[in-house]
Design a protein around this ligand. Structure first.
Ligand SMILES: NC(=O)c1ccc[n+]([C@@H]2O[C@H](COP(=O)([O-])OP(=O)(O)OC[C@H]3O[C@@H](n4cnc5c(N)ncnc54)[C@H](O)[C@@H]3O)[C@@H](O)[C@H]2O)c1
Ligand SMILES: Nc1ncnc2c1ncn2[C@@H]1O[C@H](COP(=O)(O)OP(=O)(O)OP(=O)(O)O)[C@@H](O)[C@H]1O
Length: 548
């Protein structure tokens, strides 16, 4: 834009010079005047070449009166005319150059003023805007305003070039100018955000996402983006977790192990039960590894690059339960009925595994809940039991009891409610499509950072399910005045009885389950609710019918 504008002005200058050249009669005195004007232009602009040519032109004019020879007069007039044409051309060039230089100087000065005003704005916001700084700023701004106005009468910022309105929004003359009060910049107090509970400095500090320049809060990054996993070196060890008592699963498992060994020379781990079955079946499987006890199982995550599950959602839950700490990425093949967490088609295992082993793939980080049971009898003791970790949910229900459960619930130190009904589900977002859904909870995308609080058959008309933020700790207490007992279960397993005075404490575990996506987290989630639940499936209305 600026280039175009400069070129236009230069063009105008040339046109003007050309017009005067046409109008000027070829008289000697005029020619001298023209030449002197051109000479002075060049001297001012310091162009040595041009000044040199002016000297030769002067010499040519000085020669004119001394040569009154008829035959040579015409020649001299012709020569003088030629000199005049040359001089005019030189003047046009000089005028154009001078105009361009003046214009460039003007824009440079404007730019420097704008820069200075910006720097003062920034300085005053950081250090506090003193009156002195403000005065200086206003002075600079008004200077800029005046000069902008005189440089371009078309209005604030004009149509071309640097837009000072963008840089100095409050300083525009004309109809868009703001009031004097609005003109004051840097009045907002700077602040800092930090992470932690009630200002506790031990909390995890994330990157600052506050723009101090403007004092506004902005989310620089989305909290939980789609995550891509890319191997830095080729994976070498795969753990198979398979649904028991299924011949289809067993056949596929041995076929996949062979394929992985022969094509990728992978190390294979299987559960002790499966190892026995395979080795008994064929000595070919002697190379597969397993574990003998819990202690060995606890170190699995240090040896395994990838977990392959063959079964339904229950098998994914089972695989996750083998890892109380970090979990390797899970590639879940569907051999169940619904398959909310099993997106990979088992018939295409070669292609799917080939991709996962060699190419980057998207994962869903499925958060888990860790839960500790605090017995009333042992509440003063130091906690020794390891927490129980679930991928779907913790359920507290009335079990065999025919009485209502009576559960007091707290979120951090705040009282939430008393649950009187069949029970309560505290669910992860992955578990939102399981038991919690059946109890009336919302379906939540697995990457939403939240904890679901869903009552089971509450005896109250107004008890709607809640979704709480992932950073809270929930405590469910069986009060001493509870009529009955309560039972807790973890991903539908391991039921334990809770008596009056016992409590259950849950929070999000630092160890999520990374599950490989077939497409991406959202596509897989939507596919599972469409195909698994036939979500919102309805025959479309036909076009014919009553007019609106
Ligand atoms: N009324 C109910 O809906 C109900 C009752 C009890 C347990 N469950 C669920 O069953 C889970 C245990 O599953 P299982 O396979 O070991 O038991 P299971 O074999 O009894 O299967 C229960 C069903 O729940 C489905 N399921 C499991 N996790 C799911 C998830 N995250 N999203 C959608 N569906 C899911 C399974 O596909 C299966 O069809 C529990 O965690 C609980 O959520 C549901
Ligand atoms: N490796 C395993 N060891 C022991 N039990 C397992 C294992 N894998 C799965 N299970 C259990 O087997 C049961 C059925 O498994 P799963 O849910 O995967 O199959 P499904 O019921 O046929 O599929 P879906 O849940 O889709 O209907 C679950 O309760 C699960 O806990």
């Amino acid at each position: 834009m600026e280039k175009w504008r400069t070129a236009e002005r230069r063009g105008k200058g040339l046109d003007h010079a050309a017009m005067s050249a046409d109008e000027t009669q070829p008289k000697a005195c005029d020619e001298r005047i023209d030449l002197s004007v051109a000479a002075s232009y060049q001297a001012e602009n310091g162009s040595i070449t041009t000044v040199g040519s002016m000297e030769s032109e002067k010499a040519a004019y000085a020669f004119l009166p001394q040569t009154p020879i008829e035959s040579t007069d015409d020649h001299l007039v012709e020569f003088a005319e030629a000199m005049r044409t040359v001089a005019k051309a030189l003047r046009q060039v000089a005028e154009g150059k001078a105009a361009a230089q003046a214009e460039a100087a003007e824009w440079k000065r404007k730019y420097e003023l704008e820069k200075a005003v910006k720097a003062h704005k920034h300085h005053s916001l950081i250090k506090g805007c003193s009156n002195c700084v403000k005065d200086k700023l206003e002075h600079l701004a008004s200077k800029l305003t005046l000069e902008t106005a005189s440089a371009d009468q078309a209005g604030c910022c004009g149509n071309h070039g640097i837009c000072s309105r963008q840089i100095l929004q409050d300083q525009c003359p004309g109809p868009n100018r703001k009031s004097d009060d609005d003109k004051i910049v840097g009045q907002k107090a700077p602040f800092r955000l930090s992470w932690g509970l009630n200002g506790d400095k031990s909390g995890q500090h994330k990157h600052d996402f506050v723009s101090f320049e403007k004092g506004d809060i902005t989310t620089a990054e989305r909290s939980n983006k789609q995550i891509l996993l890319k191997w830095e070196s080729p994976p070498q060890t795969v753990l198979f977790v398979t649904k028991p008592n299924s011949s289809a699963v067993h056949t596929l498992c041995s076929e996949m192990i062979r394929w992985l060994k022969e094509h990728n020379n992978m190390n294979i781990f299987v559960e002790p039960r499966v190892s026995k079955e395979l080795v008994t079946e064929d000595s070919y499987f002697n190379f597969i590894q397993t574990w003998d006890n819990d202690q060995e199982m606890k170190t699995l995550h240090t040896k395994v690059d990838l977990i392959v599950t063959l079964g339904g959602d229950g098998t994914v839950l089972w695989a996750a339960s083998l890892f109380r700490g970090p979990v390797p990425p899970v590639v879940a093949f569907s051999l169940g009925s619904l398959g909310f967490m099993t997106p990979f088609p088992s018939e295409q295992y070669r292609e799917c595994l080939g991709n996962v082993l060699k190419r980057p793939f998207t994962i869903t980080l499925r958060s888990r809940l860790q839960c500790q049971v605090i017995r009333d009898a042992a509440k003063d003791e130091v906690e020794t039991e390891e927490p129980i970790i679930v991928l779907n949910e913790i359920t507290i229900d009335r079990g065999m009891s025919s009485y209502l459960t009576y559960l007091e619930c707290y979120c951090d130190s705040s009282f939430v409610t008393c649950v009187q009904g069949d029970g309560l589900i505290i669910s992860t977002t992955s578990g939102s499509t399981a038991y919690s859904l059946a109890a009336g909870g919302s379906m939540v995308h697995p990457q939403v950072p939240g904890i679901l609080f869903t009552p089971i058959c509450p005896h109250s008309l107004s008890f709607r399910p809640l979704i709480l933020p992932e950073y809270v700790t929930l405590r469910v207490q069986i009060p001493f005045n509870s009529r009955g007992q309560a039972w807790a279960s973890f991903d539908g397993k391991g039921r334990i009885q809770l008596g009056p005075g016992d409590a259950l404490i849950c929070s999000i575990s630092p160890w999520p389950v990374p599950t490989a996506c077939l497409v991406d987290s959202t596509t897989d989630f939507l596919r599972s609710i469409h195909e698994g639940l036939h979500w919102n499936l309805r025959k479309s209305q036909s076009l014919d019918g009553p007019a609106a």
